[in-house]
Design a protein around this ligand. Structure first.
Ligand SMILES: NC(=O)c1ccc[n+]([C@@H]2O[C@H](COP(=O)([O-])OP(=O)(O)OC[C@H]3O[C@@H](n4cnc5c(N)ncnc54)[C@H](O)[C@@H]3O)[C@@H](O)[C@H]2O)c1
Length: 296
C-alpha cells in the first residue's frame, strides 16, 4: 500500500517525530496511546485538573490489559508509557510536527485550541481535528495553514477500533491527505478518505439508523430488546442500535442529527421526539446511568 504514496507524502510522514494531542479525554488518551505504541514521542495536553491523571490511568489500564492478553510484554508497556509526556499548557506543543485536537465538540472552543496549536506546530507541520461533525473546511480557517489541516476521525475505543476517517477539507493539499492516510496506516489503522460534508461517512449513515430505531421504539413496533436483537442477529451488527446509542450518549446522537438536519436542510434527519424527551430528562445513556437501558 505504501508504494502508492507520493514521495512528498512519505517525506512528510517520515519527518514526524513529536506529536501533540490536545484534550486528554476519551478520545485524546486513546489517540496518544496508539501514537506511543507506534513509537512516536507524544505530548498530551489538558489544562483541567485531574484530566491528565485520569488519562494516564486509562492508558495504564489499557496497556495492562494488553500485557494480560500477552499482546505486549510488561517491559514494552513501560516503554510505550514513557513515550508520553503529560502537560497542562499548549506551549508544550512547540516544535511538534503533528498536532491533533480532541477537545469537546464546540466550535468556539475548537477555534481557540486550533489557533493556539497553529502557533506552536512547526512550519510545514500538520494540524488535524478529531471532530465528529464540525466542518473541517471551517476549522481550517482558524489556522494560517488551511492546506495543512485535515480531519482525522478516530473511533471509540481508539486502541481497539481499526477505522480512521480521514476528511479532506476544501483546501487540504493532496500531500497532506495522503500523508494522513499513510500515518494512520503506520499506527496500525485502516484509514478511508471522506469529503467534508456534514457527518462525513460514519455519522451520516449511523445517526439516521439510530434515530430510526428510536422511532421504532416510540411507535411500539417492537420492544427495545427485540429492536436490538433483530439488528444483531439479522444484520450482523455487534451491538443493537439502542444499546449503541446509550454507549455513544443520547445528547451526542441528538446533536449529530440536528447538525445533519440543519446543514443538509433535509427533514429526513429530524430527531425522534422520544430522543429529545430522553435528553431533556437527563437520561443520556451509560454516562448518566440510564438511557434505553438501566446501568445503575
Ligand atoms: N467519544 C466518542 O465516541 C468520539 C468519537 C469520535 C470523535 N469524537 C470527537 O472527539 C472530540 C473529543 O471527544 P471526547 O469524547 O474525547 O471528549 P471528552 O469530554 O471525553 O474529552 C475532552 C477533553 O478535552 C479537555 N479540554 C477541554 N478544553 C480544553 C482546552 N482548552 N485545552 C485542552 N484540553 C481541553 C477536557 O478537559 C477533556 O479532558 C470531540 O470533537 C468529539 O466529537 C468523540
Amino acid at each position: 500500500m505504501s508504494s502508492q504514496v507520493s514521495e512528498a507524502a512519505q517525506q512528510l510522514v517520515n519527518s514526524v517525530e513529536r506529536v501533540a494531542v490536545v484534550g486528554a479525554g476519551t478520545m485524546g488518551n486513546g489517540i496518544a496511546q496508539v501514537f506511543a505504541q507506534a513509537g512516536y514521542a507524544v505530548l498530551i495536553i489538558d489544562p483541567f485538573e485531574g484530566a491528565l491523571d485520569r488519562a494516564r490511568g486509562t492508558i495504564e489500564n489499557s496497556l495492562g490489559r494488553m500485557v494480560k492478553k500477552e499482546k505486549i510484554t510488561a517491559d514494552a508497556a513501560q516503554t510505550i508509557l514513557a513515550r508520553i509526556t503529560f502537560e497542562a499548557g499548549i506551549e508544550a506543543a512547540a516544535g511538534a510536527s503533528w498536532g491533533i485536537e480532541a477537545v469537546p465538540e464546540s466550535e468556539a472552543l475548537k477555534e481557540k485550541v486550533i489557533s493556539a496549536l497553529d502557533a506552536q506546530i512547526v512550519a510545514g507541520g500538520v494540524i488535524a481535528s478529531n471532530t465528529s461533525s464540525i466542518s473541517i473546511t471551517r476549522l481550517a480557517n482558524y489556522t494560517e495553514r488551511p492546506e495543512s489541516f485535515v480531519g482525522m476521525h478516530f473511533m471509540n475505543p481508539v486502541p481497539m477500533m481499526k477505522l480512521v476517517e480521514v476528511i479532506r477539507g476544501h483546501k487540504s493539499s493532496d500531500t497532506v491527505v495522503e500523508a494522513t492516510l499513510e500515518l494512520s496506516r503506520r499506527l496500525g489503522k485502516e484509514p478511508w478518505e471522506a469529503q467534508d460534508y456534514p457527518g462525513f461517512v460514519a455519522n451520516r449513515i449511523l445517526a439516521p439508523m439510530l434515530n430510526e430505531a428510536v422511532y421504532a421504539l416510540m411507535e411500539g413496533v417492537a420492544t427495545r430488546e427485540a429492536i436490538d436483537e433483530v439488528m444483531k442477529l439479522g444484520m450482523g451488527h455487534p451491538m443493537g442500535p439502542l444499546a449503541l446509542a446509550d454507549f455513544i450518549g443520547l445528547d451526542v446522537c441528538l446533536n449529530i442529527l440536528e447538525l445533519l438536519q440543519d446543514e443538509l436542510g433535509d427533514p429526513k434527519y429530524r430527531p425522534c421526539p422520544l430522543l429529545r424527551r430522553m435528553v431533556a430528562a437527563g437520561d443520556l445513556g451509560r454516562k448518566s446511568g440510564r438511557g434505553f437501558y438501566d446501568y445503575s
